[in-house]
Design a binder for this molecule. Structure first.
Ligand code: BG6
Length: 291
């Protein structure tokens, strides 16, 4: 299968190989950037512009095993976010991150950016995911409802981006000062806008609503800022499990919480999306290092 994939889709700077746990991944290594994307979950597991440290965080304790989510990088959450509201036995964050996606195409653009497009179908939803690996990482999830569907379809989506940081206690996230948020570590209460950048001092799990703003994560420890821009996304989730929750997660090292922060490009909770049969929606996250 690998041979066939390389015959059909490899190009200078992009090839397919057997990655961790025997899972298939595309590896990108170009004059602009390095990266990895696993077919399971269409999961971007690594990206850095050439000359930069890794921008995405990946747990050393992650599962790499069929049907289990990878911990770190950019899981795709779809068609729901968090626990399933109607059936607690369903997998957290939906099926998209658990299943094998198909490669549709690969391209090298005139500016040297390497693009890979993957696709899958979940029920009535046809998903396509385009990822551009360049000095910027651009990820677009397109969801289309089948014309055969007999009713409107509602879904949540998230490009659940784990960012690598020097120490989460010394980073700031700017851009959400004016947004109200659901505080998932405090009874899911709706909180008013805080008016100030986010500083982490404990477990943090918040859904910021009605926000289309860019976020900038300022990491003074390594003199680096990361910008997260988006389109087609009305909510942003900020997450760090801190100490106790990290210990409860088998695929997350006990001390790894200090080196990551999630800034997730989402449409969740009150910002979930409703489409008519035949309609589509695209959610895009663009990650760049600001110097
Ligand atoms: C975050 C959620 O996006 O993902 C958290 O807001 C959740 O509540 C976290 O704990 C990790 O989820 P999972 O299913 O990958 O362990």
């Amino acid at each position: 299968m690998l041979r066939e994939m390389n015959q059909n889709f490899a190009r200078p700077g992009l090839s397919f190989e057997t990655g961790n746990g025997g899972l298939t991944r595309a590896v990108i290594s170009t004059p602009l950037a390095n990266g990895e994307i696993y077919l399971q979950g269409a999961h971007v597991a690594a990206w850095n512009p050439v000359g930069e440290e890794p921008v995405l965080w990946l747990s050393k304790q992650s599962h790499f095993s069929p049907g289990k989510p990878i911990r770190g990088g950019v899981p795709i959450c779809f068609p729901w976010f968090g626990p399933n509201a109607e059936d607690a036995t369903q997998p957290a964050h939906g099926f998209a991150r658990l299943i094998e996606w198909q490669v549709i195409a690969t391209r090298t653009k005139a500016d040297g950016i390497t693009e890979i497009e993957l696709g899958t179908t979940i029920g009535t939803f046809k998903l396509t995911y385009g990822v551009e690996f360049g000095s910027v990482l651009k990820m677009t999830l397109r969801t289309e409802v089948s014309t055969q569907s007999t009713e409107d379809q509602v879904f949540e989506d998230a490009l659940h981006t784990y960012l690598a940081v020097s120490d989460v206690r010394s980073v700031l996230i700017k851009g959400l000062e004016a947004a109200s948020y659901i505080d998932k570590v405090d009874q899911a209460l709706l909180r008013p806008p805080s008016g100030s950048p986010i500083h982490f001092s404990g477990e943090t799990d918040r859904i910021y609503l009605e926000t289309i703003s860019d976020c900038v994560l300022v990491d003074s420890g390594i003199q680096r800022s990361i910008r997260i821009s988006k389109s087609g996304s009305m909510s942003t989730v900020i997450w760090n499990p801190w100490i106790e929750k990290s210990k409860r997660m088998p695929d997350f090292g006990d001390d790894e919480w200090a080196q990551m922060a999630c800034v997730e490009t989402t449409n969740v909770a009150g910002n979930r999306i409703k489409l008519l049969p035949g309609e589509s929606h695209s959610t895009t996250a663009t990650i760049s290092v600001v110097t």
